[in-house]
Design a binder for this molecule. Structure first.
Ligand SMILES: Cc1ncc(COP(=O)(O)O)c(C=O)c1O
Length: 467
């Protein structure tokens, strides 16, 4: 593990000061503790930033109470100028589209491998990345996600090398990977590559309070520009919560001091659950054996259960688990239910999941898996997101009448986990048919203004304008 001197009166002592604050957090500012708007090594916050950076073995760390969402936006804005082209994974978190609007960035995409056997998107391969960069040499920044929601991770080192060869900045959204590096069975940490900035949701896989996130910097030259963004763009609250900040540091300290043992227990629980679910008729869970292009590393704490042979979509099984068994999976998709095991889980919580799934599977006789929907090709891009967002003529039309128009909406769904249409792209018949089918099968269309998907917002007023 990384050399951190905890005997020095910095990290723990500073943390103790924050713990006291938690008792009377009545929204008061305590400038002496430090600020998110200026790095000051002499303050408790500055010391905590230094301690966290040491633990993650990077030159600099920025803590936030605004989640990885705001960090992704700040990271992209720090590495680009208005009008720049950004290469991002098509299945990026929605936060990637905010700087496209704010700074008029033009997105170009690299499509992660979609695996029809698993019904899931995998990672982007280095070869795909290389091709995408060669096809778009004007790209100023690359934005990758590692790992994806299902714990599937690409060869991030090889991907980072491809980006470095091109002389382009790399940002890695490791929202689901804050615990990597603290157990040998987990994928390699994103910050161990040449990525300029890595963002992480410490609140997701570790014990930080909700919204507690971290940006880890390998490229120190970006830090000043990053703080400029923090100071001028209004994305960080001036009433940040010292309690959330303290929780991020406590979570990182827990990882550092006890992560090996706690993660070991969680991995054992998840592995046992995976094996037992694979014994239940009608259910299956993939593991390391499913590795293939785009799936090189794997977070074993993510247990993805394929429920398709039960004759019901994953969304319906998720609902049963919540309503009947008070078990909250991380998410349901058309075909899968995803469980996320954490350092707080033990044998008992694992067995609750196995018991509930056994009961559900018993009363639903196994069937042949339903037909997997082909994911439509990406539609042609006509406008970039900003002109669409501020377009004076946006209106809702019935979805069937929208074909050929420019979408004013970005809509994503599981599967495949990617945006099926991005604002500024021309709506195709395949896109409408696919989204209608997902919606009819009980799926959620993320970003659709009409949850029933009867109408869609388009750009333009007359046929001539948009067709
Ligand atoms: C890949 C990815 N990036 C970023 C985020 C946003 O993180 P946060 O909730 O910390 O803002 C999420 C949220 O689920 C995510 O899945």
């Amino acid at each position: 593990m990384f050399p951190v001197d905890l005997s020095r009166p910095n990290l723990r002592e500073m943390l103790n000061q924050f713990k006291d604050i938690a008792r009377f957090d009545h929204s008061v500012s305590i400038p002496e503790l430090g600020s998110l708007f200026r790095f000051d090594e002499g303050t408790a916050l500055g010391q905590m930033q230094k301690g966290v950076a040491q633990i993650y073995d990077v030159p600099f760390a920025y803590l936030t109470t605004n989640g990885t969402t705001s960090l992704n936006v700040l990271a992209l804005l720090s590495l680009t100028r208005p009008g720049d082209t950004v290469l991002c994974q098509r299945d990026s978190h929605v936060s990637v589209f905010a700087p496209m609007i704010q700074a008029d960035l033009r997105p170009v995409y690299v499509e992660p491998v979609y695996d029809t056997d698993l019904g899931l998107s995998l990672g982007v391969t280095p070869e795909q990345l290389d091709q995408a960069l060669k096809a778009n040499p004007e790209v100023k920044a690359v934005f990758l996600t590692y790992p994806n929601y299902f714990g599937i991770a690409t060869d991030i080192e090889a991907c980072a090398q491809v980006v470095a060869r091109q002389g382009t900045h790399l940002i890695i959204d490791a929202a689901h990977g804050a615990h990597f590096g603290f157990h040998p069975a987990l994928p390699r940490p994103a910050q161990d590559t040449t990525a300029a900035i890595v963002t992480q949701s410490t609140h997701k896989t570790c014990s930080a309070l909700n919204q507690g996130s971290l940006a880890l910097f390998n490229d120190e030259q970006v830090i000043d520009r990053f703080y400029e963004m923090v100071n001028h763009l209004g994305l960080i609250t001036t009433s940040f919560s010292y309690v959330i900040l303290a929780s991020v540091v406590m979570a990182v300290l827990q990882l550092y001091e006890q992560g090996g043992a706690l993660l070991n227990q969680a991995i054992e629980v998840a592995t046992e659950v995976r094996q037992q679910i694979n014994q239940i008729e009608g259910l299956s869970c993939f593991g390391w054996e499913a590795r293939r292009a785009g799936f090189v590393e794997f977070d074993p704490l993510r247990v993805t259960v394929d429920v398709s042979r039960l004759g019901l979509p994953g969304f319906a099984i998720e609902k049963m688990l919540v309503e009947e068994f008070k078990i909250y999976p991380e998410m349901g998709t058309l075909r899968n239910v995803l469980f996320l095991f954490t350092m707080a889980d033990d044998h008992h919580s694992g067995q609750q999941v196995v018991m509930a799934l056994t009961r559900i599977a018993r009363r639903l006789p196994p069937l042949a898996p339903p037909q997997v929907l082909p994911v439509p090709p990406n539609p042609p891009q006509v406008l970039s997101p900003r002109p669409v967002f501020f377009h004076p003529q946006r209106r809702a039309v019935p979805v069937r009448e929208s074909i050929g128009a420019i979408s004013a909406e970005t809509i994503a769904c599981y599967p495949p986990g990617s945006a099926i249409i991005v604002a500024g792209e021309r709506i195709t018949p395949e896109v409408i048919a696919f989204l209608e089918e997902i919606q009819q099968r009980g799926g959620t269309l993320k970003g659709a203004s009409d949850p029933q998907f009867k109408s869609i917002q388009i750009v333009g007023n007359t046929d001539r304008e948009f067709r």
